[in-house]
Unconditional design. Structure first.
Ligand code: PLP
Length: 425
């Protein structure tokens, strides 16, 4: 049995694992073509045919709609911008409440504040880390307008249950699908099940354009409003003859022709990448399944998982070794694991209710009739995962040819073989 690296032995992972890369000659050629043509963006921020962007933007949007089987795709310059556009499009009023999960990238929870609406945190499910329908239902008030669902780590949320709750209470659902492109829920692509879905094309996601995002919807009204918010709406609503001008404060969320050209090539590769990653995850599953006190990611019936992150749970009471010690041992072996994710309700902005200015706006404004709590304890499952049991393996960082995955599996097994030694120190 080889000695733990933490105790002076050699590292189980003694070479650099191949990093995940998505770019090839296809993207190179696509970029060259745009650069040679000379028009790096063709958007005009006035009412004109180029208000909707140039040829590559239109091409990517139609390809995206075809691939995901959705009526409209609206490209934007990030998933974050897409969240802002979507929440503006649905007609949020100041003081409306939007239910959000605490386990997500911060933009999901911050986006309602852009429209002076109030984020309300619902707890998550322990198995999938996704927002819990039961907790959503408990958080609904007369002020609730929308639910933000994140298919976190690449596994679909309980979308049927959530859509049914929304229907009963007349709420809009927005799917932040940044981490789950190409995942399926009961035969449908995630991102296309709610009223609006948003995809990220930032550098860390399954496919990317550097920065970028795409909003999808089957709703004509929402699509038009997102197109307006993307591109200086206030200057366009008059000439375009738009009557509902609420939230038509336009940003510049436009994607460039270069990014769109790259996006078209990346989209063709998406399914190959997610298939490859599922294979790596299957090897990890097989190798880690029998390690005591460690739960591998769950894939629920009717769901596929695209493994943006490989989320494990660790039960120290079963091994007698605290999580921090296991993480330390893993780092010593060369496994880049994280012993926490995030609990957004606990970040300073929510704890102090300070967003715009110093006086607690928008929570303190007259238009807000509620009194939302962000206290520690409101999301016990999410908090417990963070403080006690969660282990996140950033599978997205690696290309993971089988030899590399095997090496990671052996590193885990080495630690478990030496668990008695870890218990002693
Ligand atoms: C990455 C990510 C975002 C932000 O995406 P950007 O394109 O960087 O703005 C939002 N939500 C989730 C869940 C993400 O993972």
């Amino acid at each position: 049995m080889s000695k733990l690296a933490l105790l002076g032995g050699s590292k189980a992972i003694d070479r650099k694992l191949a990093p995940y890369t998505t770019l090839g000659i296809e993207e190179e050629q696509a970029v060259l073509e745009v650069v040679r043509k000379g028009n790096l963006s063709q958007f005009l921020g006035v009412w004109h045919e180029d208000f909707y962007g140039g040829p590559r933007i239109k091409k990517l949007e139609s390809e995206w709609s075809a691939y995901f089987n959705t009526k409209h795709s609206v490209t934007v310059n990030s998933n974050t911008s897409g969240l802002y556009a979507a929440l503006g499009a649905i007609g949020l009023e100041p003081g409306d409440e939007v239910i959000v999960p605490p386990w997500t990238m911060c933009a999901t929870a911050t986006a309602p504040l852009i429209w002076n609406a109030i984020p309300v945190f619902a707890d998550i499910e322990p198995e999938t880390f996704n927002i819990d329908p039961k907790s959503i239902e408990e958080r609904i008030t007369p002020r609730t307008k929308a639910i933000m669902v994140v298919n976190i780590f690449g596994h679909p949320a309980a979308l049927d249950e959530i859509m049914a709750i929304a229907k009963r209470h007349n709420l809009v659902v927005i799917e932040d699908n940044a981490q789950a492109p190409d995942a399926f829920y009961k035969g449908k692509h995630t991102g296309t099940i709610a009223d609006i879905g948003i995809f990220s094309l930032n550098y860390h996601k399954h496919i990317h354009t550097g920065e970028g995002g795409v909003c999808v919807t089957d709703n004509d009204h929402y699509a038009e409003r997102m197109q307006l918010i993307r591109n200086h709406a206030e200057a366009v609503v008059g000439p375009k003859g738009v009557s509902d001008i609420s939230n038509m404060i336009g940003f510049n969320f436009r994607m460039t022709e270069i990014e769109a050209a790259i996006g078209s090539e990346q989209l063709k590769k998406l399914h190959g990448f997610t298939t490859q990653r599922a294979k790596a995850a299957a090897i990890l599953d097989d190798g880690l399944r029998n390690l005591g006190g460690l739960d591998i990611p769950v894939v629920k019936e009717g769901c596929t998982h695209v493994y943006y992150n490989y989320g494990l749970q660790y039960h120290a009471e079963q091994t007698g070794v605290p999580r921090a010690k296991i993480v330390e041992a893993m780092h010593a072996e060369g496994i880049e694991i994280s012993g926490r994710y995030i609990n957004l309700h606990l970040i300073p902005m929510f704890q102090q209710k300070i967003a715009y200015g110093k006086n607690g706006f928008p929570w303190s404004a007259d238009f807000y009739k509620g009194n939302v709590s962000y206290e520690k304890g409101i999301c016990p499952v999410a908090e417990h995962l963070n403080t006690e049991t969660f282990l996140g393996f950033p599978i997205f960082s690696y290309a993971f040819p089988p030899a590399d995955v095997e090496m990671v599996v052996e590193a885990f097994q080495k630690i478990w073989d030496n668990i008695d030694d870890l218990r002693q120190i």
